[in-house]
Write a protein that binds this ligand. Structure first.
Ligand code: SF4
Length: 313
């Protein structure tokens, strides 16, 4: 079980303190998948980086817990976390990962170097075997091992990036915008691949601005706005009965196969060094009332296993 409780990540900038993640909580059982959705800058990638303890200065994790089977990994010393948790139990496919493959390395060399970096390299023969096994896992043929990144398509590179993240058999994988910059057909292939991995027992946290991509894969959904969790619960319930005005607007802005009018969300997300008072969504919310400007709404359970933070749910 992975449990994130009241996580807070702040960035200490010259302009002021940006509360990028400000009290986010969720949990994920083994084999479950969670989608985190919201516009750019809402804190979804920072949440993933915080779980991996990879938030860089001027950012800092200032509060909360990340419990992995009951142990708060934020309290572990860096050496133990690196040795026991990062990549081994929780792994991440970073945004733009397919473009960060080293151009002068073949695919095999990427696997070999990653094994070496984690003290898991036991010779050329075994490393080759592992590479081919990992490539198979992401439906790539063995000959891809000897290709350079420039000889692969975008979808193949993304599969290699996912295979590298799976190399040490983690229990949880965080995939940050894994389908961005890929065409629709390849996007569907990557989503199917993630589904297959989930069916094999892997827990996946899928981060995307695209609710369409996320809803295809997730058991649970977390909707974030301006560093806050605004809605959370079973994906089926959140999608069938969205309780927060922002979620409703996000859904209306998501293209559907069935067609229907597409709307956009007017305005833009706030500056997190000076967020709006009360409900952070109030300047863009068509339902905002005086209380929304004055009081911050708390997360309340709107139905069994479904929560939202709005004064009027
Ligand atoms: Fe809109 Fe008010 Fe609900 Fe915020 S609390 S989402 S401003 S109605």
């Amino acid at each position: 079980m992975l449990e994130v409780r009241d996580l807070k990540v702040y960035y200490y900038t010259k302009k002021g303190v940006a509360r990028a993640v400000d009290g986010v909580s969720f949990s994920l059982k083994r084999g479950e998948s969670l989608g985190i959705a919201g516009e750019s800058g809402c804190g979804k990638s920072t949440t993933g980086m915080a779980i991996m303890r990879l938030v860089e200065r001027p950012g800092r994790i200032v509060g909360g817990e990340v419990l992995l089977d009951g142990t708060d990994v934020l309290k572990m010393d860096e050496e133990s976390f690196r040795r026991e948790v990062r990549w081994r139990r929780i792994s991440m496919v970073f945004q733009g990962a397919m473009n960060s493959l080293t151009p002068v390395y073949t695919v095999y060399q990427h696997f070999k170097e990653t094994l070496k970096a984690h003290g898991a390299y036991a010779g050329e023969e075994e490393a080759r075997e592992i590479t081919v096994k990992m490539l198979r896992m992401v439906s790539l043929p063995p000959e891809v091992a000897d290709r350079y990144p420039h000889q692969l398509s975008g979808g193949q590179k993304q599969r290699v990036a996912i295979a590298l993240a799976l190399l040490l058999s983690p229990e949880y994988v965080i995939a940050d915008e894994p389908t961005t910059a890929l065409d629709v057909i390849v996007q569907a292939q990557i989503i199917n691949l993630l589904k297959e991995l989930q069916e094999k027992g892997m827990s996946i946290i899928l981060i995307s601005h695209d609710l369409g991509v996320i809803s295809a894969l997730s058991d649970k959904l977390l909707i974030m706005y301006a560093g806050k969790a605004v809605e959370y619960g079973s994906a089926e319930k959140v999608l069938r009965n969205p309780a927060h005005p922002y979620t409703k607007m996000l859904l209306e802005a998501t293209p559907r196969v069935s067609g229907g009018e597409l709307r956009w969300i007017p305005g833009s997300p706030p500056d997190l060094t000076n967020p709006p008072s009360g409900c952070r969504f109030h300047p863009r919310c068509p339902l905002a009332k005086e209380v929304c400007r004055e009081e911050e709404p708390k997360m309340v359970e709107v139905e069994n296993g479904h929560w939202a933070a709005c004064h009027f749910t």
